[in-house]
Design a protein around this ligand. Structure first.
Ligand SMILES: [Zn+2]
Length: 46
């Protein structure tokens, strides 16, 4: 059994680390598609 535990007390998005955006390799940034720019972890199964 694997239990996923966030080390952070906040539910920050692990993909963008709560920034709401991700850095692109080519430069610039893009709105995080994982949290839609909210920077927070969402559990919506959509
Ligand atoms: Zn995110």
């Amino acid at each position: 059994m694997t239990t996923m535990v966030l080390t952070s007390t906040d539910e920050k998005c692990i993909y963008c680390d709560g920034d709401g955006y991700v850095q692109l390799l080519l430069g610039g940034s893009e709105t995080c598609s994982c949290c839609q720019g909210t920077g927070r972890q969402t559990n919506e199964a959509k």
